[in-house]
Ligand binder design. Structure first.
Ligand SMILES: *Cc1c(COP(=O)(O)O)cnc(C)c1O
Length: 387
């Protein structure tokens, strides 16, 4: 019997139409052996009224931003017979200006490299620094793509457990790094799913013991008041890479734009493996429009942070365990059976995230009305079962 993996990892097949002829058994596909046991990236994409599972912004682009995107894409469309600017120079200049204003970091376009989401950046970094015979080290639980991409590229994957409160234990990390001597270390600051923040001093300790590079994933950096690790690049130019994205705080996840900040020599290494013209003219134009509206976006961040603290308090009042978060999400529990609790929320039309830890679930902070509805379901859950 045949089946196929849809992009969210669900096994489908029975009702699907295959006009190209017979269905083949996946076991007969002559793929690389290390992919056979793999699973596809899989946050469920379900059409629920409340989608609080992938940490996007709850605010759609404002009418002014939509107009600006349309105008810039219209202008860009007149030149779509040509390949995009391979160096994305105008976008990199805008990103440098944004980072200077927002983080205070003195970065130039020569320090910034954009791609199709920071996920593509992670893949590019592993193409340069990972591969057969090399080791990547990360924390668990954490963003699943570090491990998935490392394994795709036959990079040995080493996982360090997070502390009991889901924060990164710097001393454990230092000891593990000294033992395993990884070529690439993935840190997430603020960390997901727990939401803890790792300070620049702690990151520096990890950088000092790492023989290879340290990738500091600041996907949620804008939600945190703590300084960016960008300041470490000057002192450790061959060892520190910071990745960021427009998918979370900037509210344009659909545009697929992320970037890295690093020394120019790191960018030169990435240029060796990037596909030609990897970032489309339309993506570049859309990202530039979003950056031109950064003031507006920053206003939304304050609202999300206020709501995060309100939801956190309310969850605690309802008797849930909840961890302090520097991101736009909260990890909460302590469920007897997290996958079953996840289904309870889904049955009440609230899609949250089962991050694979046995007793906790993660919720993205939504609008005030969405959070109210989420908290109602939380109240009914705790009333029903006592947690
Ligand atoms: C969402 C997320 C990303 C990336 O996303 P892109 O949309 O590919 O930029 C990267 N790292 C972490 C920890 C994330 O949560």
């Amino acid at each position: 019997m045949w089946s196929t993996l849809s992009d969210d990892g669900d096994v489908t097949g029975g009702g699907a139409v295959n006009p190209l002829g017979s269905w083949a058994d996946p076991a007969d596909v002559p793929m690389r052996e290390n992919l056979r046991t793999g699973t596809a990236y899989g946050a469920p994409q379900l059409d629920e009224p409340l989608r609080l599972n992938t940490n996007e912004s709850p605010y759609p682009p404002s009418p002014a931003l939509v107009d600006d995107i349309v105008e810039r894409v219209r202008a860009a469309a007149t030149a779509l017979h040509r390949y995009p600017d391979r160096e994305a120079t105008a976008l990199r200049t805008d990103l440098a200006g944004y980072l200077g204003r927002f983080t205070g970091a003195a970065v130039s376009p020569a320090n910034i490299w954009p791609a199709n989401g920071s996920s593509e950046i992670l893949q590019q970094l592993l193409l340069v620094f990972g591969g057969h015979g090399r080791r990547a080290l990360g924390f668990s639980p954490s963003y699943s793509m570090y491990r998935i991409v490392a394994e795709h590229l036959s990079t040995e994957w080493i996982e360090i457990p997070c502390a009991a409160d889901f924060s990164l234990n710097t001393a454990d990390a230092e000891a593990a790094i000294a033992r395993h001597r990884p070529d690439i270390v993935f840190l997430t600051a603020p960390h997901s799913p727990g939401g803890s923040h790792t300070t620049v001093d702690e990151i520096e300790r990890i950088v000092r013991v790492t023989p290879g590079i340290v990738v500091v994933d600041e996907a949620y950096g804008e939600f945190s008041a703590a300084p960016s690790a960008i300041e470490l690049i000057d002192r450790f130019p061959t060892k520190v890479v910071v990745t960021r994205t427009l998918s979370k705080a900037f509210g344009v996840a659909g545009a697929r734009v992320g970037y890295l900040v690093a020394a120019p020599a790191i960018l030169d290494a990435v240029r060796l493996i990037r596909l030609p013209y990897h970032l489309s003219t339309v993506n570049q134009a859309t990202a530039r429009a979003a950056l031109a509206h950064s003031e507006e976006v920053l206003g939304n961040i304050a609202a999300v942070v206020r709501e995060r603290e309100r939801v956190r308090t309310a969850l605690g009042d309802l008797g849930f365990e909840v961890f302090g978060s520097a991101g736009n999400f909260l990890l909460f529990g302590r469920f007897t059976d997290a996958p079953r609790a996840w289904v309870y929320f889904l049955d009440h039309n609230v899609l949250i995230r089962d991050v694979g830890t046995p007793h906790h679930l993660r919720v993205t902070i939504g609008t005030a009305a969405e959070n109210d509805r989420f908290l109602e379901v939380c109240a009914s859950f705790s009333g029903r079962s006592g947690g």
